[in-house]
Each structure stands twice: as structure tokens, then as C-alpha cells.
Design a protein. Structure first.
Lengths: 336, 322
């Protein structure tokens, strides 16, 4: 793998609420390399989005705070940057695409206007040059007749078209890293596939690294080189896409895979679901946070917090018993 | 990944394709959209025309063939022609001092409109600024600004106005319209500040604000370029309401003797004085009617205009009101 682009180590991002401190991300480390497609998977509340917002430094005090950790981007410590310098990184070197394209565009400006604004924030070009770049960017994401569409307001476009505009906006300044926070969740399945293909093609062309956040393992399967499965603010398992799907080590990952619907098999019993619900992140007890839902939990799981271990090269897992568990009965036979 | 020959892509329609199908789609600019919506809003159009006429009359009062509004008119015999009912020479009649009511209504419009528009501007500026900063930043800034707003809102208007009027009059050296506008502007911005703050509290959580931040925009840019335009409707509506309120308050203060002082004319003051006379038994209804009609028509027009502006300025609004 090429040189590291983004290194996050021991990140802890907490939110203070009336009920107590929510440990949304609690000791997370990972590295994204240049041009890598990195998937972050987990259920709601597992800290995926908070991780992304922490990298962008968009966690707003006093509600939320990055308590400890280091975030290094291209050798630079992001947490040590002044606000002004951080603004240059945002949108310029790290761009972000949001979940809901319906609300991520400002309803009172034309899309051309918003594209031009973003371009002019980060590149020293005049308005007409920025418009040229914007039209090119819209053309790149296959928006038909981009010159005319520049004059459209967001509400005049469909959801898929708007997400294309968001991608165009994200890539317009040629960032090194694109963070896509559930970019296809709000879209229907066919549009979802188109948008993912488009993102893959465009980022491959430019050698842009992507951090794809999703709760849908089907989305990351065809897209990512590496996948990180998160649970309750911590790492559960991380490895190449093949490792995660075929050599699953963590019971939670196995549960996620087992609860996916598959079209290539006849199913006679009910679809598997992981029992229980994720624990509250306010004052979580010691030990493994997944233990209450885990079929394999033993006494040690209550006592000791499992630390991420590297089982084989680049395959990390945070479970006391990996790799000795028989997970096949949870996740089913591996695909063909 | 692959070279994509532009124009040959089956996914992209060029303008030519569309024309080939016999369809032409003309892009509509924001201004065109605004114009067509506003023109279709009949009441607002009417209000705009009426306000336009009133403004023109007030601005060009000097060049119109009018009497001097503060001159006591005399007949050939040198007697002052006071309390004449409307007639050929004096369309709106004359008042108890023999001044021409038509001239006074038109010149009074100048004063009243100056007070109202200046007040509206001051309120819009103050209220928006305080409300947006409080709503956007929250925390102690919000607490500080909102407690200050509460303080302003809790001031009883008339006693404060009475105390401040004398001091303001001295400060502004007889420019009474300006001193009144400063007074009213200072007292009336609280409501708008609260409305704007509430708008900002909800708008700042919208994803497009986060997207703007993620694109590297500064706070100032987010506040004024991204959030404020989305909060424009309530600001416009409130500012127009304030303009109406200012005209009416000018009347109340003038009635109490703390507004525009005679002989300088203003609508509220004329209606108030005329009312006293008419009730006093002279039967001089024209002293009340004309300034009051001018006042009511103006206030209504401003409110209708605000309504139309709000509807026309919202690009997502598709319902057209007639």
C-alpha cells in the first residue's frame, strides 16, 4: 500500500448531555492510505459519523469535544491547526458528502452559485474561471446539459441529481480525501448503484482516497479496499474486504453478515438478527461492549476490555477469542 | 477510469438533443422568477403602485403646485381662512389655523414616511444582527444578547419615549423625524431579534450549514450568505409590520405632544389634533379623515407589499396567491 494519508490514533470524542457524558468514539485508531477506499461500517450510534466529523474538526464545543487523540493528515497534525488553517483543509484537501442530498444544498441558491462559491473559497480563480470549473465538474458527474443546470435551484433536481451535484462539489477542488457519510442512504437502490459507480470511477481517476461511511455491508463490498467495523464507539474488526467477508473474526461482523439478505440462496428459516440493542454510551461498563448480544460471551468478556489485536497481516480484531470461534453458524456459508 | 468521449455518452443529453426532440427549455433566472411571481400577486402589485404614488408625492412635494403647509392663508380681505370645508380652492379644506390640509397631508407624508422607513431599517439591521449572532453562536453570547433583548422588550414604550423625547430632540437639533426614528428603532427591534434567533436556531442544524462548514466557509459567510437568506421571509414580514407600527406610534406620541411638533406636519399628529377639534364640536371631519386615510392606506399597502415580497422571494414557493 502506498504512503499513509490520514492517521487517527486513540481518538476519543465525547459529548456532554444532561444524562452524562456520551463516549461516542472511545479510543479509535486507523490509517487511510493515498487513494485507498476505506469503508466504515456499523449500526446507528456506533460512532461512524462522529469519527468523520472529528477528522473534519466539525465537532462543536461545548456540546462535543475531542478529548484525546491524534489526527495526522499528510504529516500535519490537524488538531494543532489554527481555525483559519483548518478551513483551508476543509473542502480543499478533505471534502465531505452528506447523507441527505435533499437538505445538504442551500435551497435559496442555484447549484451553480454554490459550486462557484466552494471553488472560489479554495482556488484563487475569478468568477468566470470558477464557473468553467463548475460546469466541467457537473459534466464529470454526468449531469446532462450542465450549463443550463447551473441555473437550477436544488428543489428542481431529483435526489440522485442532487447527490451528483454534491459529489461534483466535493471533487471540484481535487481533494486528497473524500469523506462520504452514508451518501446513498437516502436514494433508491438503482440510483444508489449509479452513484457508487460514479464515485468509484471519479475517485479512481483522480487517485482520491475515500472514507465511505455506511451501515450497509452491501454498499462497501464492491467499493472498498479495506473495511472497518465499528461497535459502540470502538473498533470491532478491520481488514481487507476479502478478510471481512470470508475470514470473519468478530462475532459482531459475523452477525452483520448473517443478517444480510442474499439472493443466491434459498432461505427456509427466519432471517438472522443480532438480539438485543447497542449499549448506552453513557458510563459504559468495563469489558467488551458487545458481550450482552454475543453468543460466545464468557466471564472474561465482562472483566476485560478486548484490545484490537493483529491476527494476520492488516487484519485487526477486538475480541478475546478470535480467531478460535466458529462463526459459520452465525453468518452462514461464505458466498460462492 | 476510462476515456469518456464527451457528447457521445448515452447518459448525457446535450442542448442539441433536446432541440432535436422539438423541446426547448429556457432557463429562468432568479430575477425573472421573482418578477413573474410578484406581478401575479395582485394585491401586492396594487400596494406597490399606491406606495409608489405616495412616495412620489412626498418626494416631489416641493415642485407640486401646493400651498405652503405652514402658512396661514388669508382671503382678499386679509382674514385668515380657517376651518373651511373641502371646496374648489382647498380640496381637503383648511385647518383651525387656516393652513391648507392637502399640502399638510402631502408634506406630512414626508415626515411620517421618513420616520417609518428609518425605523424599519434600524429595526431590521439591529434585530437581524442581534438575533443571528445569538442564534448562531448560542452559549453565553446567546444568553447575554437575549437578556438584553428581554430588557428592551420590557421597557414600557410611552414612559420611556416621553423621557427620551426631550433629550433626543436636543441631540438631533430639531430634526424631529430622525429623533423619532431613533427612539422607535431603539425600542422596537426586540421582537425581530427573537424571531431571527429562533430561525437561526433551527437553520443552523440543517445539513447545508454543516456542508458549508465542511467546505471551509467562515462563520461570517455561513451566517450572512447561507443562513440569513433562508430566514428572509420572517424578517421582511416583521420589518413591514414595524413600518406600519411606527406610523401609528408616531401618531400616538404626537397626540401626547412628544412626537412631531406643529407647525411641522405629520399624519399621526394631524389626525390626533383634528380628532380633538372634530370631537370638540366644530364638525371639521376633514381634519381627521384625510390624514387618517393616508395613514391607513399606507400601512395596509406596506403590509401587502411585504406579503408579496415574501412569497416572490422564496424560490421553493410554488403556490401562487391571487
Amino acid at each position: 500500500m502506498s504512503e499513509p494519508l490520514l492517521q487517527v490514533s486513540n481518538l476519543r470524542t465525547f459529548f456532554s448531555t444532561e444524562e452524562g457524558i456520551v463516549r461516542a468514539v472511545d479510543g479509535l485508531s486507523f490509517t487511510i492510505h493515498k487513494g485507498e477506499k476505506f469503508g466504515v461500517v456499523g449500526e446507528s450510534g456506533s460512532g461512524k459519523s462522529v469519527t468523520a466529523l472529528s477528522v473534519m474538526r466539525l465537532i462543536e464545543p461545548p456540546a462535543g469535544e475531542i478529548v484525546t487523540g491524534e489526527i495526522t493528515f499528510k504529516g500535519e497534525d490537524l488538531l494543532g491547526l489554527k481555525d483559519e488553517e483548518m478551513r483551508k483543509v476543509r473542502g480543499g484537501q478533505i471534502a465531505m458528502i452528506f447523507q441527505d442530498p435533499m437538505t445538504a444544498l442551500n435551497p435559496v441558491y442555484t447549484i451553480g452559485n454554490q459550486l462557484i462559491e466552494t471553488i472560489m473559497l479554495h482556488q484563487s480563480v475569478g468568477k468566470s474561471a470558477a464557473a468553467e470549473i463548475a460546469i466541467q465538474a457537473l459534466d464529470d458527474v454526468h449531469i446532462p446539459n450542465p450549463k443550463v443546470r447551473m441555473e437550477d435551484y436544488p428543489h428542481q433536481l431529483s435526489g440522485g441529481m442532487r447527490q451528483r451535484v454534491m459529489i461534483a462539489m466535493g471533487l471540484s477542488c481535487d481533494p486528497d480525501l473524500l469523506i462520504a457519510d452514508e451518501p446513498t442512504t437516502a436514494l433508491d437502490v438503482t440510483t444508489q448503484a449509479q452513484i457508487l459507480d460514479l464515485m468509484l470511477v471519479l475517485t479512481e481517476e483522480r487517485n482520491t482516497a475515500v472514507m465511505l461511511i455506511t451501515h450497509d455491508l452491501g454498499v462497501v463490498a464492491g467499493f472498498c479496499d479495506n473495511i472497518q467495523v465499528m461497535y459502540a464507539g470502538r473498533l470491532a474488526e478491520r481488514g481487507t474486504t476479502d478478510f471481512i467477508f470470508d475470514d470473519t473474526l468478530h462475532p459482531y461482523t459475523a452477525g452483520l453478515l448473517g443478517s444480510m439478505t442474499r439472493l443466491d440462496e434459498v432461505r427456509e428459516e427466519r432471517l438472522y438478527s443480532i438480539r438485543g440493542a447497542p449499549p448506552s454510551l453513557i458510563d459504559p461498563p468495563n469489558g467488551c461492549r458487545f458481550r450482552s448480544r454475543c453468543d460466545f460471551a464468557k466471564e472474561i468478556c465482562t472483566r476485560d476490555t478486548p484490545l484490537p489485536r493483529e491476527i494476520s497481516e492488516d487484519h485487526w480484531v477486538a475480541c478475546h477469542f478470535a480467531p478460535d470461534l466458529d462463526l459459520i453458524r452465525v453468518k452462514g456459508e461464505p458466498v460462492g | 477510469m476510462t476515456d469518456r468521449p464527451r457528447g457521445d455518452d448515452p447518459n448525457s443529453y446535450s442542448a442539441l438533443d433536446i432541440e432535436a426532440e422539438g423541446l426547448t427549455v429556457e432557463p429562468i433566472t432568479q430575477w425573472q422568477l421573482f418578477k413573474s411571481r410578484f406581478v401575479r400577486h395582485r394585491l401586492a402589485m396594487l400596494a406597490a403602485v399606491v406606495l409608489g404614488v405616495i412616495l412620489l408625492l412626498a418626494v416631489f412635494a416641493d415642485v407640486l403646485p401646493l400651498q405652503n403647509p405652514t402658512q396661514q392663508l388669508e382671503d382678499e380681505g386679509g382674514r385668515i381662512v380657517n376651518l373651511l370645508s373641502p371646496r374648489g380652492d382647498y380640496w381637503f379644506g383648511t385647518d383651525e389655523l387656516g393652513q391648507d390640509v392637502l399640502a399638510r397631508v402631502i408634506y406630512g407624508g414626508r415626515t411620517s414616511l421618513t420616520v417609518a422607513v428609518l425605523t424599519g431599517l434600524m429595526v431590521a439591521t439591529f434585530g437581524t444582527l442581534v438575533g443571528s449572532i445569538a442564534g448562531y453562536y448560542g452559549g453565553w453570547i446567546d444568553t447575554l444578547l437575549m437578556r438584553f433583548t428581554d430588557l428592551i422588550l420590557s421597557l414600557p414604550l410611552l414612559p420611556v419615549a416621553i423621557v427620551a423625547a426631550a433629550w433626543l430632540r436636543e441631540t438631533f437639533q430639531g430634526r424631529e423625524a430622525l429623533s423619532l426614528a431613533v427612539l422607535l428603532g431603539t425600542l422596537l427591534w426586540g421582537t425581530l431579534a427573537r424571531i431571527v434567533r429562533a430561525e437561526f436556531l433551527s437553520l443552523r442544524e440543517k445539513e447545508f450549514v454543516e456542508a458549508a462548514r465542511a467546505a471551509g466557509a467562515r462563520d461570517r459567510r455561513i451566517i450572512f450568505r447561507h443562513i440569513l437568506p433562508n430566514a428572509l421571509s420572517p424578517i421582511i414580514v416583521n420589518a413591514t409590520l414595524v413600518i406600519g407600527t411606527a406610523i401609528i406610534l408616531e401618531a400616538a406620541l404626537s397626540f401626547l405632544g412628544f412626537g412631531v411638533r406643529p407647525p411641522e406636519p405629520a399624519w399621526g399628529q394631524m389626525a390626533a389634533n383634528g380628532g380633538r377639534l372634530a370631537v370638540g364640536g366644530s364638525g371639521a371631519w376633514w381634519l381627521v379623515l384625510f390624514p387618517s386615510v393616508a395613514l391607513i392606506v399606507t400601512v395596509l399597502s406596506v403590509n401587502f407589499l411585504g406579503d408579496g415580497l415574501r412569497d416572490a422571494l422564496d424560490p421553493t414557493q410554488t403556490i401562487e396567491r391571487k
